[in-house]
Design a protein around this ligand. Sequence first.
Ligand code: ADP
Length: 297
Amino acid sequence: MKGISLERVSYQYQTNTSAGGKTALHNVTLHISPGEFIALIGKTGSGKSTLIQHLNGLLRPTEGNCFFDGENIWEKNFDKKVLRQKVGLCFQYPEYQIFEETVLKDIAFGPQNLGFGKIESEAKARHAMEVMGLDEKLEGVSPFSLSGGQKRRVALAGVLAMEPEYLILDEPLAGLDYPGKEKLFEILHFLNEKKGISIVIVSHNMNEAAAHAKRVIAMENGSVRMDGKPEEIFVKKDELKKMGLNVPDVVRFYMDVRERFNLSTALKEDSVPLTQRQLAKWLCKILEENKNGRNSG
Ligand code: ADP
């Protein structure tokens, strides 16, 4: 089966205490298919970072198995280098890992490390720069002289230059200003919809998860507690609250208005609006119904 699979994966960090290691993942089973756009949510310490490091073989499960396109990635003859190329992992604040003296060199480092020659690596780097909206004039510039948003895009271009099929990003929007966030989401949607790259973002921001992801995976204490479409997950306000998570602003507004005015007009059974546009559409429908009711009465 195409994709990344975790099968009953548990992971324990080794510590020096006599109490033994800390169990950071507990019996996690999930499958990520080509072309998905997933938000991985959960409060701090719920196991999100530990989970994503299993997806490209950075961590080896204490129990259970990880597969890529049906092959066990921990089998002796499985090529980890190919896995790291196909599953690009971008840590929080990736710009801190920038180290080369020019933007082009920094972005070309990944493909060169995979064994591509200088010319081919630079061609891949230039293409990644274009996708990331980085002007070619920046090629010879020191990455350290760039703005925060640009540096983030240089770091992401470095991952993209390796031409991954899956792009896994830990809090990719943290610390960016509004235009920086908008630009990055635009790029992520382009990569997902036009290039068919699967995107997994770890996010603390429920508004962003609701507005952008097609699937939401919610974690608590190292376990996957929910896995489904955002409109199915974000309707579960009380369960999310127990997990230390809130619902997106539009969902809260929708629920408050429905409750306050005792409205029965739902979008669909067990569904909620995920964007301001959907919320506005629902409100207009309510107001229209109300107006017609009054006119006919
Ligand atoms: P999240 O990304 O959701 O914040 P993590 O995967 O970082 O969660 O952490 C899951 C659990 O594992 C937490 O209890 C955390 O304290 C613990 N943990 C994370 N990294 C280490 C480590 N290097 N050594 C020991 N425990 C760790």
